[in-house]
Ligand binder design. Structure first.
Ligand code: ADP
Ligand code: SF4
Length: 591
């Protein structure tokens, strides 16, 4: 295989919109009589890599949709590919090594090949070793890994003795198709006879009689994790188990997943972008790097702390590979000097529903600020936002002025048509140069602007929703879990985009999220919800970020320390010396 690879993103390639195969017509090699780019059987452009890659980049630059990629593979890469989806499609190198008795975390950008790797390990995708013309065959792969732990594992895959339990990423989509009650579904999959134990650990008692299709994102996530746990398997794989869960549930899920490693002969792999959760769940880490949608390389296994720090640095010292040209630094955000003018104030508020009661202290939102909200789900965050917007009338306290709120919901629906068509239909300010440069480009949405919304990945859809919300005219921009499905790099960008937007427009953002690192980076002030989910909620704040985080973690009985090198928050082991010291001095969030 060439050291350069060419990939046509078939989703982006639109030969009619570009003016009838622009790349084919303009390619200098084609003009000289060669067939570097041709019309493929699927009606899209197809590159003949052996002819094209030694030449120029004309097609890469000329395609109006950025559909063509031609990249040089790292010189250090000596392995053969594991799988290639098509002649000019994504290529995967190496595989994550499942380690019996350990939880292995997998970290990498979206579209870098993590799911592809896991499909191969679970036996659902037959690897073709980079030659898409040949049928996939695991025997060849076994030969490639001869004499390693991987060989043993792949032989089990071949023999069919690897029993897989898989928690997919998009639990909300599963819920929409599901039928029946939660308890019936759990009973059906409970091959271990541990249903009541898991229901208690994940606090699912009050949703057992609910229809699966009526569950919230967080409830569905817990159900999917419980169902995966209950299967009598020996290879457990969790794709983004933290999305939609509040901080308490993240910790419970982390413990449950970790407990699987104690069962004899189990291997556990976890993909997760919430670094604090990933850090807490995993013993070891495998990084997948490369170029999204083009190629992915799985790194060697590393201890979790070192692995996450190397990932943030974008440099793998063991392989001497720099895979990102910037470091991800989660500093503690910019502390603003002095108080900003107030945008909006609310008095003490109270609201009662037949089975739910909430109380909110008076407070204010400053112009240009990002107010974060955290706490468990089911404590009234949405009701609070609806009261601010005048959609629900409080029982006590009167809101004299109502503010216009643009709202990004947690649950993302797909629409018909392309991203551009959706923006044209609902957005108000998406054609300004500022919006294009500071929002669409920063979130890397320009490159998918002509894609169909129904074909977007979870992370892409989330970023489109964020852009749409910011294009609306409002005083307050509320985002319910904007980090869901977004990779670490994009979490940082989303935080920056939201902060810059509020600063420039003198508006305010309210961000509900449960990724501690993201909250720390994006917010200026914090509201902390406490109480009994579904029954009663109280709200403290607005507090300073430090006070707020301290309050939340105290409620959860968790302490964090700051990693000395990367400055990222890490959860202390319960009962460790640091945990005890910090609890005694009331410094739950690192001092
Ligand atoms: P990740 O799990 O890291 O997000 P994936 O393994 O899902 O990444 O995808 C890696 C790349 O492979 C993406 O560009 C994706 O579009 C492509 N890909 C995934 N499945 C197929 C398929 N069946 N045919 C062609 N390309 C695919
Ligand atoms: Fe047109 Fe780009 Fe597709 Fe080539 S790759 S046919 S330029 S859309």
């Amino acid at each position: 295989m060439s050291r350069r690879i060419a990939v046509v993103d078939k989703e982006k390639c639109n030969p009619i919109a570009c003016g009838d195969f622009l790349c084919i017509r303009m390619c200098p090699l084609n003009r000289a009589g060669k067939e570097a780019i041709v019309k493929g059987p699927d009606g899209k452009a197809q590159i003949n890599e052996d002819i094209a890659t030694d030449a120029c980049q004309v097609c890469v630059n000329i395609c109006p949709f950025g559909a063509i990629h031609m990249v040089k593979l790292p010189d250090q890469l000596t392995q053969r590919p594991i799988h290639r989806y098509g002649k000019d499609s994504f290529v995967l190198f190496n595989l994550p090594v499942p380690m019996p008795g350990k939880v292995v975390g997998i970290l990498g950008r979206n579209g870098i090949g993590k799911s592809t790797a896991l499909k191969i390990l679970s036996g659902t995708l037959k690897p073709n070793l980079g030659d898409p013309e040949k049928p996939g065959d695991i025997t060849e792969l076994i030969k490639m890994f001869k004499g390693t732990e991987m060989q043993k594992f792949l032989e089990q895959v071949k023999a069919g003795t690897v029993k897989v339990a898989y928690k997919p990423q998009a639990v909300d989509l599963v819920a929409k198709k599901a039928e029946g009650k939660v308890k019936d579904l759990l009973k059906k999959v409970d091959q271990k006879g541990k249903m009541s134990e898991v229901v208690e650990i994940l606090e699912m008692q009050n949703i057992l009689d609910r229809d699966v299709k009526d569950l919230s994102g967080g409830e569905m996530q817990r159900l999917a994790i419980a169902a995966t746990y209950l299967k009598d398997a020996n290879f457990y794989f969790f794709d983004e188990p933290a999305s939609f869960l509040d901080i308490t549930s993240r910790m419970k899920v982390a413990k449950l997943i970790r407990s699987l490693a104690q069962e004899q002969g189990n291997t556990i792999l976890v993909i997760e972008h919430d670094l604090a959760t990933l850090d807490y769940i995993s013993d070891e880490l495998q990084i997948v790097y490369g170029e999204a949608a083009v190629y992915g390389i799985v790194s060697q296994t590393k201890p979790i702390r070192r692995g996450i720090n190397e990932y943030l640095d974008g440099y793998l010292p063991d392989d001497n590979i720099k895979f990102r040209n910037y470091k991800i630094v989660f500093n503690k955000g910019i502390e603003k000097e002095g108080k900003q003018p107030v945008l909006f104030e609310w008095p003490d508020l109270e609201k009662k529903f037949p089975s739910f009661h909430m109380k909110i202290n008076q407070g204010a939102i400053q112009r240009g600020d990002v107010l974060t909200i955290t706490g468990s789900n089911g404590l009234g965050k949405t009701t609070f936002l609806k009261m601010l917007a005048g959609l629900i009338k409080p029982d006590k306290g009167e809101l004299t002025s109502k503010i216009k709120i643009a709202y990004k919901p947690q649950d993302l629906q797909t629409e018909a048509g392309t991203v551009q068509e959706w923006l044209n239909k609902v957005a108000k300010d998406h054609n300004s140069g500022w919006f294009k440069q500071n929002i669409l480009e920063k979130l890397n949405l320009q490159s998918i602007i002509n894609n169909n919304i129904s074909s977007l990945s979870g992370g892409e859809l989330q970023k489109v929703y964020i852009a749409i919300t910011l294009s609306l005219k409002a005083e307050v921009y509320a985002f319910d879990e904007p980090s869901a499905f977004i990779d670490v790099e994009d979490r940082l960008k989303v935080a920056e985009v939201i902060r810059d937007f509020m600063n420039k427009n003198d508006t305010c953002a309210i961000v509900v999220d449960h990724d501690v690192q993201f909250l720390d980076y994006v917010g200026d002030a914090m509201l902390v919800f406490s109480g009994i989910p579904g029954k009663e909620g109280q709200v403290k704040g607005p507090l300073s970020k430090k006070e707020g985080m301290n309050e939340v973690l105290k409620m959860l009985g968790i302490t964090y320390r700051m990693d000395k090198e990367s400055k990222r928050p890490r959860i202390n082991k319960p009962g460790s010396q640091l945990d005890i010291e910090q609890k005694n001095s009331n410094k739950y969030y690192y001092a």
